[in-house]
Ligand binder design. Structure first.
Ligand code: ZN
Length: 209
């Protein structure tokens, strides 16, 4: 019996050795530091899930938004984020709208086919104001195919901002690099998300959320 127990123990140690997770890349900074040193650090809480998104029913926006929400849900390995699309914009935490086309300057290959912006407000008492608003701006004259690609990538990036990834990564392979070049979260985006969601936020959701 003892001998058998010893063998079992060795087998377990070997199995544990096999389960060592791969090293994760270092996270980038996600909070915004204000002039007085206060860091705006925000994440959704388990009680606030699912985060409610309202998507303007414009062109491919609903499909692209659903894909982007899923991509971020896959990043939340422990279920720290879940999103749902709602029909009533008044009941939404995040609004996604497509603005009128604008002129975007730049030369040749560096010219962007769209721009994105996420508006996040925090009250002086450190409560965030909902809804957050994502606006996507198509470039006037962009071809439909390249515009679609730009809007998808940019929307996935902007949704990252609404999850509390307020800053930009300095690595082009990360979705939170600006302007984003990859359409999906990278390992470093995953590490940064995990670091944020397992830290204490400095700003909070309004009462009832
Ligand atoms: Zn950004």
């Amino acid at each position: 019996m003892i001998r058998g127990g010893t063998i079992l123990l060795v087998a377990l140690v070997a199995a544990c050795g096999d389960l060592v997770p791969p090293a994760r890349p270092d996270p980038y900074d996600v909070g915004i530091r204000l002039n007085d040193g206060f860091e705006l650090r925000f994440h959704w809480t388990p009680a606030s899930l699912p985060v409610r998104f309202w998507i303007e029913p414009e062109a491919n926006l609903p499909t692209d938004a659903a894909e982007a929400i899923q991509a971020w849900e896959a990043v939340a390995l422990l279920g720290e984020f879940r999103g749902v699309v709602v029909a009533d914009s008044d009941a939404a935490d995040v609004l996604v709208v497509r603005a009128e086309p604008i002129d975007i300057n730049g030369n040749g290959a560096t010219r962007l086919d769209c721009l994105g912006q996420t508006e996040i407000s925090v009250e002086l008492d450190t409560t965030v104001t909902l809804p957050f608003v994502i606006e996507l701006f198509p470039r006037r004259g962009a071809s439909p195919t390249s515009l679609r690609s730009c809007l998808r990538t940019t929307l996935a990036h902007e949704i990252g901002h609404t999850l509390g990834l307020f800053q930009h990564s300095d690595a082009p392979d990360d979705l939170m690099y600006a302007p984003p070049r990859v359409g999906r979260p990278s390992e470093r985006d995953v590490a940064s998300f995990a670091a944020l969601y397992h830290s204490i936020p400095s700003v909070r959701l309004p009462a009832g959320r």
